[in-house]
Design a protein around this ligand. Structure first.
Ligand code: R5P
Length: 296
């Protein structure tokens, strides 16, 4: 029995790194479109009786990735794979965890229903806000890893005098844990979201008392999507006199030119490579490899 890694083209680099660490062969799935636009997917080698590890990205085309990963899992099973482990480093659709407006689709539940077809799901820092855990929506064994330690190590290596700030209550899971690893205090701010593109951040009284002189401000969060949360936070911190502002996130989606907009404020932004981009400097491949090793 062999352990085989297959990936989509978007996360092939990460899949190869995982393959090198585990010494498992890694191949790209054949994914293309039929002339009418329908999805075509093929495994390039036999999976029968072998453990199949599928590494899929969820951006920049989340809807396509969802269908591709679902087809890949179902096909691996059909072809007689022994265990199917699906690795989706950034778990898409998780922010739609309730019906914010009547009649809305609960995307997170539907996604989890589909991807529970794999024996295992491995993901990094899923956006768990209203759900207590992945168990609430996945029926297979869904494993949640965290890049917090890697983010803390990056801060330790690159900053001398950091202040850790989380932009909203949902970011406490990252801000407080990272601050704890660094023996620091985390300031967690409050955010009001009006639409997916309009938010307002409220500063905390304790942060207003901070002396920003010679301090490196590090805003930490799980996701940057439109960047509105971070841009509002930057604006508020600047109003307090903060100048050396940096931003570290696990998942850099950077929708609607968010990276450029943040860079224009003079803020340095770094993410992990759960989604690949030029600022994805924090590598999660060992974190994922260690987990896969326990399952095969
Ligand atoms: C939500 O609560 C998350 O933790 C992020 O703050 C949010 O998803 C960021 O979205 P955006 O970049 O669009 O403001």
């Amino acid at each position: 029995m062999k352990n085989l890694i297959f990936s989509d083209y978007r996360h092939f680099d990460l899949a190869k790194k995982i393959g090198r660490e585990l010494k498992f062969p890694c191949q790209r799935l054949v994914i293309k479109k039929f002339p009418d636009g329908e999805l075509y997917l093929r495994f390039p080698s036999s999976v029968k009786g072998n453990n199949v590890i599928l590494v899929f990205s969820s951006h920049p085309q989340p809807d396509e990735s969802l269908l591709e990963s679902y087809f890949a899992v179902k096909t691996a099973k059909d072809l007689g794979a022994k265990k199917v482990i699906l690795v989706i480093p950034y778990l898409f659709f998780m922010r739609q965890d309730k019906r914010f407006n009547p009649g809305e689709c609960l995307s997170s539940r539907i996604m989890a229903g589909m991807l529970s077809a794999a024996d295992y799901l491995i993901t990094v820092d899923p956006h768990l806000h209203r759900y207590k855990g992945l168990k609430e929506i996945f029926t297979n064994k869904a494993i949640r890893l965290s890049a917090n330690r890697l983010l803390a190590d990056y801060i330790k290596k690159h900053f001398k005098n950091p202040i850790i700030i989380g932009p909203d209550i949902e970011s406490y899971q990252w801000a407080e844990t990272i601050a704890y690893y660094l023996h620091l205090h985390a300031y967690v701010l409050r955010k009001e979201r009006f639409t997916s593109r309009r938010v307002k951040i409220k500063l905390s009284a304790s942060l207003e008392k901070e002396d920003f002189q010679r301090k490196e401000i590090i805003i930490v969060d799980d996701i940057i999507s439109t960047g509105k949360t971070i841009l509002e936070t930057i604006k508020n911190i600047k109003s307090l006199g903060g100048r050396n502002i940096n931003c570290l996130v696990v998942h850099g989606i950077f929708a609607e030119k968010a990276r450029e907009k943040i860079r224009k404020t003079g803020t340095k932004v770094i993410s992990s490579n759960t989604i690949s981009s030029p600022v994805a400097k924090i590598d999660v491949s060992s974190l994922i490899s260690k987990e896969i090793k326990k399952l095969v």
